[in-house]
Write a protein that binds this ligand. Structure first.
Ligand SMILES: *[C@@H]1O[C@H](CO)[C@@H](O)[C@H](O)[C@H]1NC(C)=O
Ligand SMILES: *[C@@H]1O[C@H](CO)[C@@H](O)[C@H](O)[C@H]1NC(C)=O
Ligand SMILES: *[C@@H]1O[C@H](CO)[C@@H](O)[C@H](O)[C@H]1NC(C)=O
Ligand SMILES: *[C@@H]1O[C@H](CO)[C@@H](O)[C@H](O)[C@H]1NC(C)=O
Ligand SMILES: *[C@@H]1O[C@H](CO)[C@@H](O)[C@H](O)[C@H]1NC(C)=O
Length: 416
């Protein structure tokens, strides 16, 4: 059973690490750690870890048994029908008047919630897979109270379905034998958390990824990614680098970006102008043609060479940013050609120009509770797949967009 994305290889193009040098860079205060959790009527109050979810918090405190045991999915159904609130106080670790912009950033909220700080509503969330950033520059105080008031995802999905009258969206409910919840397709949440044919129903609520305060002046790098390309006619490898910035000042900020890949004798400098507000900068770096690029190969077909790369942003205002990342080079083609004497088309992958027999697995979430999926869990599972001579994983669409560590680990196995 399945839909969605095919990830043809144990690979993505890049792995990035943030790095900010020089004075004046952003100040970050993590809000990970212990928060208060309370159910709708306040009859259950406990401490719980963030990142985390209500189920794991209750289990860690000994308030429920192992959710996986026997029919505990059914026994603990009440947890996901209730509306839980996460809250905590925190001190602002810096002089907030020093900063032009202060944001409260959630990398992942699961799922439907109202976010408040100091009793002021900042906004609402309804997509587990989005990053939410709230401007708290004018509301942050010395001591702050932050609240995330969840609304049952099960109730939300039912309500959304009720409001949608134009036509029906099947399936309304999973098969009764799954003892699951209905209308999962009305909410942007891990679909199998409402039950699947292979797994129990645990529609979690919680702050499942990092949460922090970020303060900065002038500009801030929000997102950075790279993709490699090969131009066949020119026999030219290149890298497309995308950076998304938030520019606080009312005027554009000019500067220079230098990309350096020492091993490939490639260094290129671009002049850029960041416009006020949020926007992206896309740069195309041509790899020095007198250097030999070693391609990344699937498991069993060659090495998984990656190249160290640094990208330095030197802007006329504010601080300097240096990003270190790893660049991998490979081409992927899905070949669908007529087959002589057959009515159908071929369907295979050509990697770096070579047809590759793909043998792999369908990757589903490694746990019903994402906060229990550690680096070691992923490492063990991915290493096992490579050791079993697999060379591909399809990341199943009924689960989650996997964490960066999943892709970092996938790139590094040199198992041949
Ligand atoms: C409070 O909520 C819990 C869980 O939903 C429920 O079992 C309990 O009966 C409620 N208590 C009151 C006083 O409504
Ligand atoms: C959850 O909140 C909704 C909307 O406020 C309410 O109708 C529902 O009764 C609440 N559920 C519980 C278990 O408190
Ligand atoms: C929070 O705001 C609500 C209304 O939005 C108000 O009724 C309540 O008294 C406020 N609480 C505090 C502690 O300020
Ligand atoms: C490409 O590399 C060669 C050395 O292999 C170097 O002499 C040359 O300057 C490089 N070209 C560019 C554009 O960096
Ligand atoms: C590449 O970068 C990593 C991490 O920064 C470093 O440990 C490693 O030594 C570098 N490799 C080369 C060849 O420079």
């Amino acid at each position: 059973m399945g839909r969605a994305a095919l990830l043809p290889l144990l690979l993505v193009a890049a792995a990035g690490r943030a790095g900010v040098s020089a004075a004046g860079g952003p100040e970050v205060r993590s809000l990970r750690g212990s928060w208060w959790l309370a159910n709708g009527n306040g009859s259950v109050v406990l401490r719980g870890e963030v990142p985390g979810c209500v189920h794991t918090a209750l289990h860690r405190r000994g308030l429920i048994q192992d959710p996986y045991y026997r029919f505990n999915d059914v026994t603990y159904r009440w947890i996901s029908l209730d509306n839980w609130t996460y809250s905590r106080t925190f001190k602002t670790p810096f002089d907030d008047r020093k900063w032009q912009k202060v944001n409260l950033v959630f990398e992942g909220v699961d799922t439907v919630a109202q976010i408040l700080i100091n009793n002021i509503t900042l906004g609402r969330t309804d997509n587990m897979f989005n990053r939410y950033s709230f401007d708290i520059t004018s509301v942050i105080k010395e001591v702050n109270f932050v609240e995330v008031r969840f609304f049952s995802a099960v109730s939300y999905a039912a309500e959304q379905s009720r409001c949608h009258k134009a036509y029906s969206i099947p399936p309304a409910c999973p098969p009764p034998v799954q003892k699951g919840e209905c209308h999962a397709n009305f909410i942007r949440k891990e679909q199998c958390s409402f039950s699947w044919d292979w797994g129990p129903s645990f529609p979690t609520q919680g702050i499942w990824k990092d949460v922090r305060i970020e303060a900065y002046n002038h500009y801030h790098l929000i997102y950075f990614s790279l993709t490699s390309f090969f131009e066949k006619s020119a026999q030219q490898w290149s890298l497309e680098i995308e950076s998304i910035f938030d520019v606080v000042s009312s005027k554009p900020i000019a500067g220079l970006v230098t990309v350096n890949i020492p091993k490939l004798q490639t260094q290129q400098t671009f002049s850029v102008k960041l416009q006020p507000g949020e926007g992206s900068v896309v740069l195309l770096v041509n790899i020095n043609k007198s250097s030999t690029v070693e391609a990344w190969w699937p498991n069993g077909h060659g090495k998984q060479t990656g190249y160290n790369m640094t990208t330095t942003f030197i802007m006329e205002a504010g601080y300097q940013i240096e990003k270190s990342s790893k660049a991998y080079f490979r081409t992927v083609e899905l070949v669908q050609e007529p087959i002589p004497g057959s009515p159908g088309l071929s369907f295979y992958f050509r990697i770096n120009g070579r047809p590759i027999f793909i043998k792999g697995s369908n990757w589903i979430p490694a746990d019903s509770f994402q906060d229990r999926v550690t680096y070691d869990t992923l490492w063990l599972l991915l290493k096992s797949a490579a050791d079993a001579n697999m060379n591909a994983l399809r990341v199943w669409g009924g689960g989650v967009y996997e964490q960066d560590e999943f892709y970092d680990i996938s790139c590094i196995f040199s198992c041949n």
